[in-house]
Structure formats: structure tokens, C-alpha cells
Design a protein around this ligand. Sequence first.
Ligand SMILES: NC(=O)c1ccc[n+]([C@@H]2O[C@H](COP(=O)([O-])OP(=O)(O)OC[C@H]3O[C@@H](n4cnc5c(N)ncnc54)[C@H](OP(=O)(O)O)[C@@H]3O)[C@@H](O)[C@H]2O)c1
Length: 324
Amino acid sequence: MGHRILLLGATGTIGRATARALVARGHEVVCFLRPQADTAAAARLLPGATLRLGDVTSAGSLARDAFRGERFDVLVSCLASRTGAPRDAWAIDHDAHVLALDAARTSGVTHVVLLSAICVQKPLLAFQHAKLAFERKLMESGLTWSIVRPTAFFKSLSGQIERVRKGKPFLVFGDGTLTACKPVSDDDLAAYIAGCIDDPDRHNRILPIGGPGPAITPREQGEHLFRLLEKPAKFKQVPVGLLDAVIAVLSALGRVIPSLAAKAELARIGRYYATESMLVLDPATGRYDADATPSTGRDTLFDFYERVVQQGQRAPERGDHAVF
Ligand SMILES: NC(=O)c1ccc[n+]([C@@H]2O[C@H](COP(=O)([O-])OP(=O)(O)OC[C@H]3O[C@@H](n4cnc5c(N)ncnc54)[C@H](OP(=O)(O)O)[C@@H]3O)[C@@H](O)[C@H]2O)c1
């Protein structure tokens, strides 16, 4: 039997894939989009789902425009700040979710599936603190919850395909082996998120999740791209200290020019991903552990690179978090 689901963040990378996965499983999916959303474009992106427009940061709009006094079974959220800048992160990753949780409860929702991020296990950035604060509220809500903390998405690891194709070197921080991750495809992650609804093993659990295959470093990503493009491997090593210098300058200037403070936070986000692996962190050793990071799905990052390089599949838009 399908459930009645309210989906937040349905126009995002994982939200779109999740809407498809939920509809394919026979659920009735209602997507709540921004008031100014292009509904014709959204209808093409989200076939089989019902679209409603309103303001996710307003309790009144959530009640009136999203839930409309109707009964829903599950709230699924792929909603996230597009910039990760502190103010937006708290407004979206925390405050909007608190409002949506309240509205959901009033509409009879008994289960909330939240897309979070594996990096919140070592929170150093504003958006990570905002996500963690809501995770805690959700766990204390009394509703059934599933908190999905994925590793890296393909879009975040695809930014250099074009520069390598043009004969430029692949940029890495340090020697390119400072970090590793188990990339997960949009559709594999969406299937995992949708599967949370009917799998009791994913209820009331924090669920770190990566894609198939071994963990890979940025250097291995570059080497694979050069092989696919039949070019000799060429790397340019960027010292992490350069990012530290950028952060120091932007933070200092940001005290007088607020727009530079936001840029400093983006640089801090870049530094985090340059130095922290997207794998389960062992609290006892303080080390990232690829073997302890569960996998789902079948699609690998290297399969995806092959589709982009050899079959002309379009490389995804990377959004505001992109570093290279
Ligand atoms: N990138 C990675 O490698 C990675 C890895 C692990 C976890 N994650 C986490 O995964 C989550 C989702 O990522 P994603 O790439 O799918 O996100 P995304 O593509 O940036 O999509 C964000 C969604 O939230 C909506 N949204 C943002 N601000 C809004 C606002 N003010 N009002 C209404 N809607 C708003 C967007 O709507 P619009 O389309 O209207 O803007 C969009 O539907 C994030 O929490 C991220 O931290 C990312």
C-alpha cells in the first residue's frame, strides 16, 4: 500500500531523484516548492507528483499551502540551504525543518525521513551545527525518524571533467590523498531514502551511507579521468595553507564588509572538504573508516565518468558548494 507523502526540497539534486523513487514505489507524493517556482519546468522534473507552492519558512504557509489540513503519513525532506552560509543554513536546515515538523505532526504524520550529511559527525561549520540541531529535535519529537547521512554525491566530484578534457591539470589539495569518500549516485541514494519508509531496520536510526566499491581519493578520481580521456596524468597540487590564507583575509575583511564574511564561510566549507574524508569517523581513534561506511546501490563514480566522457551525458550542475 502506498503512503501519502509530503516531500520538501523536491527540486534539488537528491529531491528530484527521491520524488521519482517514491512515485515509482506507488506512494502519493505532494511536493512543496517555492512560491516563485516554475511549475511547468517542475512538472517535467517531477512526473507523477502533485505540486504545491508556498513558503517553507512560514508556519502559516506550511499549514495553508502545503499540508492544507489534509492527512499525510510521512514527511520526507531533501530540503537544504543552497549556499551553506550561516544565516541561510539556520533558516532552512534548522528553522524551516522545525516548522515543517510541527505542521507534519498536526497532519497525522508518524514518520519523518531526513536527508542530512555524513559530515555532521565532525561539526565545524555553521550549516553542520544547524543540521545537527534539527536532527536532535527530530530524534526527540516522539515520531518515527530516519536520518540519512550520505557521503559525497557525484555532482560534487565532477567539477574537473571539462578542465581535464581541455588538457588542463587535475587540481588536488596536498598530494590528492588527504581525503577519501565512497561516492553515491543520486538514484541509488534516492532508492535508499525511499526504502526508509517500509524498512523497520531504518527506523529511529542515524544512517551513514555511501555508494558501492572501495573508498577513492581525489588523486584516484583524476587518474581515472585521464585514463578515460586517454591523456597523460597531470596534477596540480594546491597547498591547504593557501585556503587558510584566503580564509584569514576574507574573515578579517568580513568584519567590515558582510558579503566577504559569507565568502569566508564558503572558503571554510572548501577547506573542510579538502581535509576531511566523507566516511564514517571512528570516535575511538579519530580516524575515518572506509570499512565501517555502509554501501548501497550499483552505480559507481567511475561508471558515471564514463557516461559523461564517452557517451556525452551532461555533467551535473554543482551549485554553490563547488570548490574546483
Ligand atoms: N553535495 C554533496 O556531495 C553532499 C554529500 C552529502 C550530503 N549532502 C547534503 O544533501 C542535502 C541535499 O543536497 P542536494 O545537493 O540535493 O541539494 P540542492 O540540489 O541544493 O537542493 C536543495 C533543495 O532545497 C530547496 N531550498 C533551498 N533553500 C530553499 C528556500 N529558501 N525555500 C524553499 N526551498 C529551498 C531547493 O529549492 P530550489 O530548487 O527552489 O532552490 C532544493 O529543492 C544537503 O543537506 C547537503 O548538505 C550533500
